[in-house]
Design a protein around this ligand. Structure first.
Ligand code: FMN
Length: 184
């Protein structure tokens, strides 16, 4: 089974984590396709039909991005708005994402210990990604557990980022072969 990675980073030239993860994906040979939406659509004019055809061709889809304001970078939000359309993704005839496995791979600027009820963020990452899980439920797909590296703004060392790249590949391989009806 193949994996599609939708990579959404507005500024890859200054990225440490997402750039490293991209290099790791490129080195890995087992059926991973990377689609960089900020590169594909510098004018933000998303080709909806192209994106839908791409999604239809994969059962395992990862959205990779840096966490911005506890959410997606804006072009990825627009991508959802445009591509997950009525009659295609939802509605009585909208079944194209049914059963597909979707996961999130996020670089998170803040430290892990702050993402808890009594931490400075006051919410867990699982709570932060609730809109994603609700969206996935709405289109009949399966939300995989998320993958993340914390401290991505300052704390993470080059060694930790390199290590996270290896763990990212393991995360992808783990769910590439799991049947679509798993519940998490
Ligand atoms: C506009 C903006 C908003 C951000 N919002 C958050 C946030 O809500 N929570 C957080 O932990 N880090 C936040 N960060 C830090 C980014 O998550 C961090 O810079 C990024 O994950 C680093 O990945 P990169 O090396 O691939 O650029 C934000 C950064 C920017 C530029």
């Amino acid at each position: 089974m193949k994996t599609l990675v939708i990579l959404a980073h507005p500024n890859m030239e200054v990225s440490r984590v997402n750039q490293r993860w991209k290099e790791e994906l490129e080195q890995h040979s087992s059926g991973i396709t990377i689609h960089e939406i900020y590169k594909a659509y510098p004018d933000w004019n998303i080709d909806v039909s192209r994106e839908q055809k791409l999604l239809e061709a994969y059962d395992h889809i990862i959205l990779q991005f840096p966490l911005y304001w506890y959410s997606y970078p804006p072009l990825l939000k627009k991508w959802f708005d445009d591509v997950f359309a009525y009659g295609w993704a939802y509605g009585s005839a909208g079944n194209k994402l049914h059963g597909k496995k979707l996961g999130l791979a996020m670089s998170i600027g803040d430290k892990k210990e702050n993402y808890k009820r009594d931490g400075s963020v006051s919410f867990t990452v699982d709570e932060v990604v609730t809109p994603f899980k609700a969206s996935i439920n709405h289109v009949g797909a399966v939300a995989l557990p998320y993958f993340a590296v914390f401290g991505a703004s300052f704390q993470a060392t080059d060694e930790e980022i390199n290590q996270s790249g290896k763990e990212y590949i393991s995360y992808i391989c783990k769910y590439q072969h799991v049947a679509g009806n798993l519940s998490v």
